[in-house]
Design a protein around this ligand. Structure first.
Ligand code: ADP
Ligand code: MG
Ligand code: MG
Length: 250
């Protein structure tokens, strides 16, 4: 079992404080969901976990199996088993999906494999995500539809097999078929060595990927945590209920 422990995390972007003391413990073997209104800091948390250089950490720690990873660059965090599926995946001109995956896997000792094996696994992952094999030779994400980009994030996750997969709004913009494929991909990795951290606005994906824990983020903090029933309460009563429940001023 591995543990990602976030303690009192504070972070800002362009001098604007966003994370106001986030406490959260993720362990492999479990699926966590993170919900919260727009602008509450969910994507900021995802980026800070991965070490995105635009954000400045101003307090707290992130410990991976006891090791503080805040000083490590994103590549080192990836090698240690962290993965971020972006809310807005970037288009990478001039680098094919096949070459990109090959380069990434070369940096993951446990997933380094002969090219023929890699291609075989990549084809399988593409098929499972409803993408044709032609995507291997297309520039990564270039001209992909929104849904194709999200499916491709899951293809990468399936190839890398991270220990902690932070998936930022992987469900937004997906139709029901794409949503089911993506959910199936996440569920297929479920096991003692894997933790998914599913960031979402909507209950919909959580009907297919069943979270063990649900956390609500509000204005840069985890306001409350619970089980799946918290999703239903939130869906029924809205964030307005949260404000009243926790006595938050407008
Ligand atoms: P969420 O993912 O929960 O919708 P974000 O983490 O994307 O929230 O954003 C949190 C806050 O940080 C918002 O108020 C947003 O406007 C602000 N923010 C995000 N990126 C930047 C940026 N590059 N410059 C200034 N403010 C930003
Ligand atoms: Mg948002
Ligand atoms: Mg976001």
């Amino acid at each position: 079992m591995a543990e990602l422990r976030i303690e009192g995390l504070r972070a800002e972007i362009e001098g604007k404080p966003i994370l106001q003391g986030v406490d959260l413990v993720l362990r492999t073997g479990k699926v966590h969901a993170l919900m919260g209104p727009n602008g509450s800091g969910k994507s900021t948390l995802a980026h800070v976990i991965m070490g995105h250089p635009s954000y400045t950490v101003t307090g707290g720690r992130i410990l991976l199996d006891g090791e503080d990873i805040l000083e490590l660059p994103p590549e080192e965090r990836a090698v240690r088993g962290l993965f971020l599926g972006f809310q807005y995946p970037a288009e990478v001109s001039g680098l094919t999906t096949g070459k990109f995956v090959k380069r990434v896997l070369e940096k993951h000792p446990a997933r380094n494999m002969p090219v023929t094996q890699m291609i075989k696994e990549l084809k399988d992952a593409l098929t499972r995500m409803g993408l044709s094999q032609e995507f291997i030779n297309r520039s990564l994400n270039e001209g992909f539809s929104g849904g194709e980009k999200k499916r491709m994030e899951i293809v990468q996750m399936l190839m890398i097999r991270p220990r902690f997969a932070v998936l930022d709004e992987i469900d937004s913009g997906l139709d029901i078929d794409a949503l089911k494929d993506v959910a199936e991909g996440i569920n297929s990795l479920r096991g003692p060595e894997f933790c998914a951290f599913v960031i979402t606005h909507y209950q919909r994906i959580l009907e297919h990927v069943h979270p063990d824990f649900v956390h609500i983020m509000y204005r840069g903090r985890i306001l409350t945590s619970g089980g799946r029933d918290l999703v239903e309460t939130l869906e029924a009563k809205g964030y307005e209920w949260l404000r009243k429940e926790f006595g938050i001023e407008e």
